[in-house]
Design a protein around this ligand. Structure first.
Ligand SMILES: [Zn+2]
Length: 320
């Protein structure tokens, strides 16, 4: 039985648990499954899938269902606050607007602190009326045990490549683009779709071309650094990491299927000719070091950090 059939069976048997914990790796589509299941539970004519036509489905589809509440960290905060859970408990204490279920999705559930978890506990134990609380978690062991023990737990697997490419091709209308994006994201379809929506292939192509030009001496490292100053540094370094690792893999004649940027093998091979594996590993260490500095949130001179990285890329043959 697939996970979706398992969820559907709860509805068919009219045995929907009050607490449902959906866990699995990040960016594997848990949140989409949670929303789809919420729609099914709220649907007035549910079958295997939500009907899509009833009043409840229509309210859901315009993003304005009065009996669905989604709780996530707000603004720049990383955690779900106790006040958000208290508000949720208060809403769940009222009656359903459509006289059916009240559904809430808490995501990621592990970001609730102990106080927030405690505030939720009583509702999980003694819900008032028909209530479904869906907890979505990437790190299930970090969800307080008191909460976990009161939920039905369903673990969602990473989709197979075959499923992922079929689904993503439907979303994007191009199998070629879907294949490139799945390779870039280690076969995580939701992340791949986000990449498509934010033109990540183009951004990676620009970076790759800049690295080539820096290597050829046709572009100034300080100019390249300046173009990234206002951007997302963590993402830049993540792309840089996959490019360097692919170049190292090509040095060791890795199977093409293991590369993140397998649509750029010709460019990567050409670039890696000029560099020894030792030089590439050395550069990778510098990228990791920069990543550590950025993640640790210490106040750092981003401009200097970027300039160093691009200068080192240019002159690596001279300095190492
Ligand atoms: Zn419906």
């Amino acid at each position: 039985m697939t996970q979706w059939q398992q969820l559907g069976a709860y509805v068919a048997r009219d045995a929907i648990p009050c607490g449902l914990l959906l866990s699995g790796l990040q960016d594997t589509g848990k949140f989409s499954v949670a929303k789809q299941f919420a729609q099914l539970v709220l649907c007035q004519q549910p079958a295997t899938f939500p009907c899509g036509h009833c009043r409840s489905c229509q309210l859901y589809l315009v993003g304005n269902h009065p009996d669905l509440l989604i709780v996530q960290p707000e603004g720049n905060h990383r955690a779900i606050k106790v006040e958000q859970i208290r508000h949720l408990v208060q809403v769940l204490g009222q009656t359903s607007a459509l006289e059916h279920y009240q559904v809430t999705i808490i995501s990621p559930a592990e970001t609730m602190n102990q106080a927030a978890a405690n505030a939720l506990l009583k509702t999980l134990e003694e819900p008032r009326g028909a209530v479904l609380i869906i907890l979505v978690s990437h790190h299930v062991t970090a969800v307080p045990a008191t909460i976990r023990s009161r939920c039905q737990h369903i673990q969602l697997p990473v989709p197979t490549h075959e499923h992922a490419i079929k689904w993503l091709t439907q979303q994007l209308g191009s199998e070629q683009e879907a294949a490139i994006l799945l390779a870039m994201t280690d076969n995580l379809p939701i992340k791949a779709l986000q990449y498509a929506q934010h033109q990540k292939i183009e951004q990676r192509n620009i970076l790759l071309s800049q690295l080539q030009q820096l290597q050829d001496g046709t572009l100034e490292p300080l100019k390249v650094a300046a173009t990234y100053l206002s951007g997302n540094m963590q993402e830049l370094l993540a792309f840089l990491t996959t490019i360097i690792i692919d170049m190292i893999r090509l040095k060791f004649r890795a199977n093409d299927h293991n590369l993140n940027n397998r649509d750029k093998i010709a460019e990567l091979s050409l670039m890696s000719h000029d560099r020894s594996a030792v030089q590439l590993f050395h550069y990778l260490d510098q990228v990791f070091e920069a990543m550590k500095l950025i993640i640790s949130n210490v106040s750092l001179n981003s401009q200097l950090l970027l300039e160093r990285l691009f200068i080192h890329w240019c002159y690596q043959n001279d300095i190492s």
